[in-house]
Design a protein around this ligand. Structure first.
Ligand code: HEM
Length: 449
């Protein structure tokens, strides 16, 4: 690729013909992306042999990409691969005016008043989960949080329109398709076409999950029932220009998008939260002291969320140290200037929140879980723009940010009030990047108070 302006963009070490950077990526993708941070504000990597991806490292330029340049950018490789599962017609894969229309259709489910209404429903789901835990039982925390996140989404945004069978199928197939997307982002496109068992499993799970949601959409459409939830909202939506309703395929894509975007992310961050609280006694006692003082023994409500500043700092710190984003992409539609560089149309861009949030220049002692980084007195010097992007920025900023923060607070507080969880010793937990960054296995033992 040629750029019309200097200086040249350095290439990360380890690229080979035909497979690009597949070897360092397969060996340790997070370490590889972190290693390119100090090579310059922009660095080239090869996910495709012939087409470089420009990794944007500089916080100001990341912000420029997400906010200022957004109108001229498509979503890029990560979202093309996500689109293989979600369909090309969902809010996360769409760009331009299409994206605005999709986003507007989903927005009502994420209004403040709705989120306030969801808290009781979320708490019920958490209580039901925790009631099933027995003292001495060892939990595989990520699996449990994955189920819980899906239950909370099912009870709120999807209310009553998707039945238990649909959610069981989603639960079964989602990990397979997400693992497949993670691999497809990193590997050259030709690998997808090989008759490998992993490709077969991916195709089967994708078909199964879309079929089950498609059936639910058709059942509700023919019943004429208004369940007052996301599915009814989408069935009732009309295209602003044509007046046409959404097709079954579009609705299915949107539902699947929310199930994907709203479960792995929350489940991972919640898992890390339980783990960090469980292994940091001082943090745990300050967190519990705040709950005792503010809640005085009653269940957490929506109005309590802003009254729990230490809890908020603990959650913010988990979103920093354990962010789920590892390769969020964009693609230039026309020649685009970023910083001092002119990039031709069709250039792939990417940034990695996981690496950004662990940059020692931005966050001293970055691997330390330290909620006090976010306390008012330590925040007197604000972070540079673009340094901390838990929910992204610009027009694609997470639509579920307030939902997620409320959900994580409700879940964390409700779990802590009911039980203690001790980390099972001797098993260090490492982050693993697939489609998103997740914790490896976290085992914790249930203890009564
Ligand atoms: C801890 C939890 C979460 C994190 C860290 C997170 C993070 C993000 C980020 C970084 C983006 C921007 C991606 C980009 O720049 O292209 C995003 C977009 C999105 N998120 Fe979340 N998210 C979380 C929870 C949720 C939840 C609970 C939902 C819904 C129930 C959700 C739905 C979405 C959707 C639909 C988009 C696409 C928005 C658009 O392109 O307009 N997310 N999320």
């Amino acid at each position: 690729m040629t750029t019309t302006a200097s200086p040249p963009i350095p290439v990360a070490a380890g690229s080979l013909p035909l497979i690009g950077h597949a070897i360092p990526l397969l060996r340790d993708n997070l370490a590889f992306i972190a290693s390119v941070r100090n090579r310059g504000p922009l660095v080239r990597i090869h996910l495709q042999p012939q087409q470089p991806t420009i990794v944007v490292n500089d916080p100001a330029l990341i912000r420029t990409m997400l906010v200022d340049l957004a109108p001229g950018l498509d979503k890029g490789r990560f979202f093309v691969k996500m689109g293989q599962v979600l369909g090309g017609d969902s809010v996360v894969t769409a760009a331009g005016s299409d994206h605005v229309r999709h986003r507007r259709q989903l927005q009502p489910a994420f209004h403040r008043a709705e989120i306030a209404r969801y808290v009781d429903l979320m708490r019920e789901q958490v209580t039901r989960t925790v009631d099933g835990w027995r003292p001495g039982q060892v939990l595989n925390v990520r699996d449990v949080m994955m189920d819980l996140s899906l239950d909370m989404l099912a009870a709120t945004v999807f209310a009553s329109s998707l039945d238990e069978r649909a959610f069981q199928e989603i639960r079964r197939h989602l990990p397979v398709v997400m693992k497949g997307v993670g691999a497809r982002v990193m590997l050259p496109d030709w690998v997808e076409k090989l008759p490998l068992p992993s490709n077969r499993r991916f195709n089967e799970s994708r078909a199964a999950v879309r079929a089950i949601i498609g059936e639910a959409v058709e059942a509700l459409r023919t019943s004429d029932r208004d369940t007052g939830d996301m599915l009814s909202l989408l069935l009732g939506a009309r295209d602003e220009e044509t007046g046409e309703p959404m097709t079954g395929h579009q609705i299915c894509s949107e539902i699947l998008t929310l199930a994907v975007a709203g479960t792995e992310t929350t489940a991972s961050v919640l898992s890390w939260l339980l783990y960090e609280i469980g292994r940091n006694p001082e943090i745990e006692s300050r967190f519990r002291a705040e709950l005792d003082e503010v809640l005085q023994g009653r269940p957490v409500t929506f109005d309590d969320v802003p009254k729990l500043p230490y809890t908020r700092n603990v959650i913010t710190e988990a979103l920093r140290l354990h962010h789920t984003g590892w390769l969020v992409t964009r693609r230039t539609l026309t020649e685009t200037r970023i910083g001092g560089w002119d990039l031709p149309a069709g250039t792939e861009l990417a940034y990695c929140q996981h690496a950004l949030h662990r940059d020692p220049e931005l966050f001293p002692d970055p691997l330390r879980f330290d909620p006090d980084r976010w306390s008012d007195d330590r925040q007197s010097t604000p972070l540079p723009d673009g340094a901390f992007l838990p929910f992204g920025a610009g027009k694609h900023k997470c639509i579920g940010d307030q939902f997620a923060l409320t959900e994580m607070t409700t879940a964390l507080v409700t779990i802590a009030r009911a039980r203690r969880l001790d980390v099972v010793p001797g098993r260090p937990v490492r982050p693993v990047a697939r489609a998103t960054v997740q914790p490896g296995t976290i085992l914790m033992k249930v203890r009564d108070h």
